[in-house]
Ligand binder design. Structure first.
Ligand code: AFP
Length: 359
């Protein structure tokens, strides 16, 4: 039994006592939704909810039945408590208005209810990502209330539905991990004050997009792949799970760098990941754990959102590697990396490819 161990409820009440005690109650409702989703996802094909719907979300992505069901779980668990001015989600074009029968608060809950959902049908870890902002007063939130830089987040977290279900969160005082004890139904504090190692030899990126990346990313990944034979002088390992929650969790546990950079695959989309409910919460968790989170040209948490579903390039993880990739972007933008991509060496360039659309 887990007698005496710190439960999520105890941790949250202690950490949010005073100014944000109402938010503590909201986090406990989010945890209840996570338990519901964990049970649903854990049934796999037995749930009867595998497969896709014939609907698409605002991203134009085909919605899975589980995308819609997990979205509903978060709405139902969190709408009634009186802490919220509204909710926004990857699965809803517009923000959700709290039903008239419930009181309103000043907090805004923004989430990706099932991140990595394309993995759910092949039994690979998926997750839920959430971010909490606040507005000046309690009441019905407008869309503009959600468009705050990530530095304004009051709390952020994710659930990972893997061999065990974990909830990893920050309320601005470090990043902490809780493991679901299915016997008691409690989340138990198992990873207090997680720290991301500053150095790493492991990178995560979808290499099938290599010809669409900007040269600084091509340069960095090429050096990692060259390993001992190249300027890095050491070999690197690569991972790609195609589930951001699983990648970020691995990085919090053992270090690494995760990259979903800007690419020319679809110029209308500067990267795949969404700012408000993927990049910002993960960036807060990583920075609170001593890591770095960048667009390649600046901190993710400093980006001023213009749209609810805005996308952003994401490079995050071990500080030394993120800073190196940022430096390569600076050298590229200032032209000081040109020996690597000058016309003189174009035919032998390590970084220019026949499909590269970047000058
Ligand atoms: P889905 O939620 O549509 O599966 O997308 C997951 C995700 O947003 C993120 O979790 C992954 O890191 C990334 O997309 C994977 O993208 P690729 O499929 O292009 O590798």
């Amino acid at each position: 039994m887990q007698f005496g161990r710190t439960t999520l409820s105890k941790f949250v009440i202690e950490q949010t006592r005073g100014q944000h005690s109402e938010m503590g109650a909201l986090l406990i409702d989010v945890a209840a939704a996570v338990k519901t989703i964990s049970a649903l996802v854990g049934k796999g094909a037995l749930s009867g909810y595998s497969g896709a719907l014939d609907s698409t979300n605002v991203q134009g992505e085909v919605q899975k039945k589980l995308d819609v069901l997990t979205n509903e779980a978060l709405l139902r668990h969190c709408e009634w408590g009186g802490q919220l001015a509204g909710m926004a989600s990857e699965e809803m074009d517009e923000p959700y208005r709290i039903p008239d029968q419930y009181p309103r608060g000043r907090y805004l809950l923004i989430f990706d209810p099932l991140d990595g959902s394309s993995n759910s049908d092949v039994n690979v870890s998926v997750g839920t990502i959430f971010s909490i902002l606040q507005r000046e007063t309690a009441g019905d939130a407008e869309t503009a209330d959600y468009l705050q830089p990530g530095d304004r987040q009051i709390a952020a977290g994710y659930a990972i539905y893997g061999p065990s279900t974990m909830l990893v969160l920050t309320v601005g005082s470090g990043t902490h991990g809780f493991t679901l004890d299915r016997e008691s139904g409690n989340f138990i504090l198992t990873h207090a004050d997680i720290r991301v190692p500053e150095e790493t030899r492991e990178f995560a990126i979808n290499s099938s997009n290599e010809r669409f990346w900007e040269p600084p990313v091509q340069r960095y990944v090429s050096e990692c792949k060259a390993g001992k034979t190249g300027i890095r002088g050491v070999d690197f390992n690569m991972r790609w799970i195609a589930s951001m929650v699983a990648e970020v969790h691995r990085i919090l546990m053992r270090g690494g760098i995760f990259m979903y950079p800007k690419d020319s695959k679809d110029p209308a989309k500067p990267g795949r990941l969404r700012l408000l409910y993927e990049a910002n919460p993960m960036a807060m968790l990583i920075e609170q754990a001593g890591g770095a989170a960048s667009t390649g040209r600046g901190r993710i948490l400093g980006v001023a959102p213009e749209d609810l579903h805005q996308r952003v390039p994401v490079l995050l993880g071990s500080k030394q590697e993120v800073e190196r990739v940022e430096r390569y972007h600076q050298e590229y933008d200032s032209g000081t990396d040109r020996p690597f991509v000058s016309p003189l060496f174009a035919e032998r360039s390590l970084y220019r490819t026949e499909n590269s659309n970047f000058q």
